[in-house]
Design a protein around this ligand. Structure first.
Ligand SMILES: Cc1ncc(COP(=O)(O)O)c(C=O)c1O
Length: 383
């Protein structure tokens, strides 16, 4: 059979493999604490569910939705950017997505031709790399290093790579490292993107999942001309991973092309889900405060246990991930297997995020406090 060669070297999405391991252990009657995937255990707020149900009672709820999203949701996102970041967006600068993952993929043909270079962070969310390959582009990895607080070192990307690139993905707050962008970094990268004529997309899926006393920032605050694009997601902040809804905002031209790509490939998200998203955005600061408090408690707990167990980690304060160094004397694979077989804990091996993740693993704070405490406390103390 003749098939797409670009699929060579691309495996099943990594969490599908982890799902298999988890289900197998459960079917054998063994305990599993899943600290791998970023799928929060927290409840969906009642008002979000009400939005979904009310949406089902609206006339035409079952019809094809508008390709670029419901106007009411777009207006709510515009309000959110104004209130939270003092950024004024126009309607043509907003598009609703079927989850931000969909937009991250579809933005590639919105900007790039086949054979174009896309800069992607490593370690990084695997979709940037794989989707670039699938769309016939060349993903070129840009290393993120602890000594730079996992911020992209713009001075050290080779000039011949920069000159070829049309699109660059960045992701702050960052998965898997938990790193956050500074205002200076966003200012610099916006300037860099303009000078080098590269479209920068910041994936802000974890934008508000940060410590309480730190103000969330958007890259658009540092880009008056709106040359960049920012992706947002309802999955992580509102525990809506299954609802599949997100958005892209910013560069009008890119948003227009993204709608062109989308309208040829899909038909917009089910309208009741978009009404649920409107209610999510209306939840406001009290909701965010409680969520931040919960993750902050879990973050403090995990850091304390890791210190006790002599496991090194990046001391981050955003996202719900902790990026840990594999203890001496183990490969990451051996270590992850030991966690699974001896303690029933699943974590994500760092190489899922690229070769620079080889000696690392990622813990997701997506289980209740006491379950995280009981499971991780059982670990050995390492050298
Ligand atoms: C960095 C990052 N971006 C995007 C996504 C996808 O989010 P969504 O559920 O909105 O597609 C994830 C999910 O894990 C993620 O970690």
């Amino acid at each position: 059979m003749k098939i797409n060669n670009r699929l060579n070297g691309i495996g099943e999405y990594h969490f599908k493999n982890l799902d298999y391991i988890r289900e197998k252990r459960i079917s054998m009657g063994k305990k599993v604490v899943d600290l791998s995937i970023g799928d929060p255990n927290l409840l969906v707020d009642e008002s979000i569910k009400e939005g979904l149900i009310e949406g089902m009672n609206k006339k035409g709820f079952n019809k094809y939705p508008p390709y670029d999203g419901l106007e009411e949701l777009k207006l709510q996102i515009i309000k959110y950017y104004k209130d939270k970041f003092s950024v004024q967006l126009e309607e043509e600068e907003v598009v609703i997505l079927i989850g931000s993952k969909e937009g991250i993929s579809n933005v590639i043909p919105s900007v790039c031709d086949i054979g174009d270079t896309v800069l992607v962070p490593e370690p990084g969310y695997p979709v940037y790399y794989i989707a670039s390959k699938l769309w016939g582009c060349f993903p070129c990895t840009v290393p993120l290093k602890e000594e730079n607080n996992y911020l992209v070192d713009l001075d050290n990307i080779p000039e011949n790579t920069v000159s070829k690139a049309k699109l660059m993905f960045i992701n702050y707050p960052n998965n898997p490292t938990g790193a956050s962008a500074t205002e200076e970094f966003f200012e610099r990268i916006v300037k860099f993107a303009k000078e080098k004529n590269i479209i920068v997309c910041n994936d802000a899926a974890y934008c508000e999942i940060i410590e309480q006393d730190i103000k969330p920032i958007s890259i658009l605050q540092f880009d008056k001309e709106k040359t960049v694009v920012e992706f947002g997601s309802f999955s992580k902040l509102y525990n809506m991973t299954g609802f599949r809804v997100g958005y892209a905002v910013g560069n009008k031209e890119v948003i227009k092309n993204l709608i062109k790509v989308k309208s040829n490939l899909d038909s917009g998200q089910f309208m009741p889900i978009q009404y649920a998203a409107i209610n999510a955005l209306k939840l406001g600061d009290e909701y965010n405060k409680q969520l931040k408090e919960e993750y902050s408690k879990r973050r403090v707990l995990v850091k304390k246990i890791l210190q006790e167990k002599n496991i090194k980690f990046f001391d981050s304060y955003s996202t719900f991930y902790i990026w840990c160094k594999t203890p001496k004397g183990y490969t990451t694979y051996e270590f992850c297997l030991e966690l699974l077989n001896k303690h029933g804990i699943i974590v994500t091996p760092g190489d899922v995020f690229g070769t620079l993740g080889y000696d690392y693993f990622r813990i997701a704070l997506t289980q209740p406090y006491n379950i995280i405490e009981n499971s991780l406390s059982s670990l050995d103390k390492y050298e």
